[in-house]
Design a protein around this ligand. Structure first.
Ligand code: ADP
Length: 359
């Protein structure tokens, strides 16, 4: 946790924190009330001149004392900032009951006051942020099909009212397709939440061969419509794992291989070797640009949103696969060549008691 000094602007004043009319003051206070960071203005005397709501709740926990902050780390930082013109940035532990990690910025003002900005770096805070982002993403993803369904229903009704049964029927078909898309999204969301919480992890001893065959069989109709052949090499391998989670992961990889290919062969192989179960799905499809490969396992991340949507994607498949692998103390790897194809490989350690292996 090092200290960093940042050069101040000529004149040293950050955009007028305190110099303002009453209306502007109110607007700024309203804006600052919605900021996740704690913002405090410390007067030259050391007393607190202003604290936004985040700061007030944080300072309560660090025992703001007689209008002063009363945290030795923060007090030292403020004292340091008043000695120069430059902003000081430091990661420190706030002296609260749980010693919370925070990034602190102390910005000296020309009149001797200091603006202190504290960003909470504790895992709970970050989890809250992830949860908020997730809810925002889900709402956004659901808004599109709902708006489309509403528009299609209105158009179908108008067509019916003017006895245009053909048009009405075509809009009703599209309504069905949009409803299926929504249902797929909800299924994937439920699957994701199931594998993310890990609460329902239910290992059992079973043969991987059948699981691979089922995933391939489910994808055959789309594959034959696109002139894609399967080559499957999966001997009987008895493992101890969660069969429904592993089936979900393999199905997602096989579906993707078919959805992101127009033709060629999809190779699905499973083998047990060197204490690990490896399930690999290789396609000859569009491939994935190198700079995108690190992000495709994030929820809702797609390389090409339009293409994902057109092929019925939800943007959640690979996030599910990653969680399933991690739930089994394993990993998922990707290798790809743009325009030539991709290989996704799930590697799971076999259990130490030797119960797993090719039979
Ligand atoms: P989606 O539902 O969009 O397919 P995924 O989480 O399964 O969501 O995959 C994330 C993104 O990774 C996809 O949108 C696609 O851009 C890319 N991707 C996944 N699998 C493949 C593949 N086999 N070939 C090419 N691109 C792929």
């Amino acid at each position: 946790m090092g200290t960093e000094r940042r050069r101040g602007e000529p004149g040293g004043r950050p955009p007028g924190v305190l110099q303002s009319s009453t209306v502007d003051d109110r607007r700024r206070a309203a804006a600052l009330a919605h900021v996740d960071d704690a913002i405090v203005i410390v007067e030259p005397s050391g007393s607190i001149g202003y604290a936004n709501p985040t700061a007030r709740s944080l300072l309560e926990q660090v025992a703001a004392d007689g209008g002063r902050i009363g945290d030795s780390h923060i007090d030292r930082l403020i004292a340091q900032a008043t000695l120069g013109d430059d902003e000081i940035v430091e990661e420190l532990l706030i002296r609260s009951p749980d010693a919370r990690p925070a990034r602190a910025r102390a910005i000296p003002l020309p009149d001797g006051a200091v603006v202190l900005i504290l960003t909470d770096l504790s895992p709970t805070h970050q989890l809250d942020r992830i949860r908020r982002d997730f809810v925002a993403n889900v709402s956004h993803e659901l808004k599109t099909p709902v708006a489309t369904i509403r528009a299609l229903a209105e158009t179908a009704a108008t067509a019916f009212n003017s006895d245009d049964v053909e048009t009405a029927r075509s809009f009703i078909d599209r309504l069905g397709a949009e409803a299926s898309r929504m249902s797929d999204l909800i299924t994937d969301l439920l699957d994701l939440s199931r594998v993310e919480t890990g609460v329902e992890f239910a290992p059992a001893v079973f043969d991987v061969q059948m699981l691979v065959t089922d995933a391939v069989d489910a994808a055959r109709p789309l594959a034959s419509a696109k002139k894609i052949d399967f080559r499957v090499e999966a001997p009987a391998i008895v493992v101890e794992a969660d069969p429904s989670q592993l089936a979900m992961a393999v199905k997602n990889l096989v579906d993707n291989a078919v959805r992101y290919s127009e033709e060629g062969t999809v190779d699905v192989t499973a083998h047990a070797q060197d204490g690990a179960l490896t399930i690999s799905v290789r396609d000859e499809g569009i491939g994935i640009p190198e700079d995108e490969r690190g992000r495709i396992f994030e929820r809702f991340y797609r390389v090409d949103k339009a293409r994902s949507r057109a092929t019925g994607g939800t943007g959640l498949g690979l996030a599910i696969v990653r969680h399933v692998a991690e739930n089994h103390a394993g990993r998922v790897e990707v290798d790809s060549e743009l325009g030539a194809g991709s290989t996704f490989t799930i590697v799971l350690p076999l259990s130490r008691d030797g119960a797993n292996g090719e039979s």
